[in-house]
Design a protein around this ligand. Sequence first.
Ligand code: PLP
Length: 621
Amino acid sequence: MKLKICGMKYQENIEQVAALQPDYLGFIFYEKSARHFDTVIPELSKSIKKTGVFVDADLEFVIKKINTHNLQAVQLHGNESPEYCEALRHAELDSASHKKDKNLKQFQIDEKLEIIKVFSIKNEFNFDVLKPYENVVDYFLFDTKGKLPGGNGYTFDWNVLNNYPSTKPFFLSGGIGIEQTLDIKKFKKSKASKYCYAIDVNSKFEIEPGLKNIELLKEFKNKLSNNKMNYNVNEKGYYGEFGGAFIPEMLYPNVEELRQNYLKIMAEPDFKKEFDQLLKDYVGRPSPLYFAKRLSEKYNTKIYLKREDLNHTGAHKINNTIGQILMAKRLGKTRIIAETGAGQHGVATATVCALMGLECIVYMGEIDIARQAPNVARMKMLGATVVPALSGSRTLKDATNEAIRDWINNPVNTHYIIGSAIGPHPYPDMVTRFQSVISEEIKWQLKEQEGRENPDYVVACIGGGSNAAGTYYHYLHEEDVNIIAVEAAGLGIDSGESAATSVLGKEGIIHGCKTLLMQTKDGQITEPYSISAGLDYPGVGPMHAHLSKTGRAQFMSITDSDAMAAGLELSKLEGIIPAIETSHALAIFEHKKFKPNDVVVVSLSGRGDKDLNTYIDYFKL
Ligand SMILES: *Cc1c(COP(=O)(O)O)cnc(C)c1O
């Protein structure tokens, strides 16, 4: 599909946009428009068609503009009649590119003035109005009906075009922005797109009216071109612009050793066999994919729960720690360190260390140790040493700093097990691969139950993003599968007590990778808040930052109170008490409507035993 960029105004900006080689550039000759063009078009590459946009202008005015600016196309945005178009078609033009060759007595085909007639669509459209224009224009352009012609910033329902009765090629326009990339790709596969000739963009790529955002246009153009978007990590350790390894030099040998070996080791048949065997016999996989009948009835859609809560230790975290302990053994490590906030990852790590007979040191903020006494006791019982982090706010980030310090001091015999899809490359990718067993199973389980591998939606809550990464992994490049990521809004996005990183976060570096994180104006990391300890993280993993930035995933934020209500509801409707993290994912059904036949798979990341006291206090049970 061709690309038209409309509403150009400023000389330098025009040149920059032209350098992106769009097929059409639009100049609006309409005084009421904020993008009214009244200067000179700079010299442009011949392959770009200069298009004049007019609204019910006098024919002479149009012809004059065509001649002065050497326009190759006109776009008619008003109520111009078929006769008007006809007259324009036969007008004598004497600009350089349209001058009739005396000997040919005809325009040369590629120099013919192109006429584009605009029609605005609201929610429906009577295609009969196109008929009289069929033979007098070259293209139709479908725009969103709004107050003023063009530039309203809203898309119309493209399904209307399913009834397009004509074979005349058309431009698709109206509020198209970077967030429509996926919709456009889907549209391209639909029947309605058969005669779609070009995409027309304008206001959604502007810094101010008439001034286009070059970087955003570049990104859009890249995405529209056929090279498929990659949502996996690239060979440099990046997901789009996010990821990488930003580490102190003294940590480099440890991280590099892992980077050079992790894929090789994971591909070894022995490794795979041992990993799969432990997942089966020790963790209890495959975890069931359970059709939640009563919940589905309540929300009038088909809801499946991927039961990670039934894993040994009660959540998905064990998938990762099993993988990493096997990795550590292959690398010849004898000592394991980890950081933990709420203690869930600490318990999962202490568990696999006991299983393998390796020394285990878990760093935990002093405050968290006091708050999470049962998990501290579990770790101790499993043989781990819990070391309090006494600096800073004495919570997770201080524990992480302590763990990193330890690793620097013990580079040879120690492996650091990170608990989510975060940290320097290769951690996010390694953790994702270990967790990807979740979507691997969903595929065949759903095939058994629904006759198809792909659901319409996959949903998961996001702390750092490991259960989500595992749930999405085998669906990332399946465009018919919608991805929903659920963050904790805490007391509300604007309350100052939140963990909704995709909304509040900016690019920055945390725990060794570039990602979205919540920070103050001068780059200080903001203390996050959520009622659920597992979602109480100021960033998201780099994969999720990329999914957010590209619009591949829809991010939703859920408050404490909505999550708590959803947790209680699942308990009463299905007899499953979920972890409060998971309750966030379940709360989306109150906020988003699904169709009765949609298949929605929710990652039930963990069970609620650990949260019983919070539930009891909250509901005064
Ligand atoms: C730790 C935890 C989470 C959040 O971690 P992710 O890495 O984002 O998956 C979610 N649910 C449960 C039950 C957890 O224990």
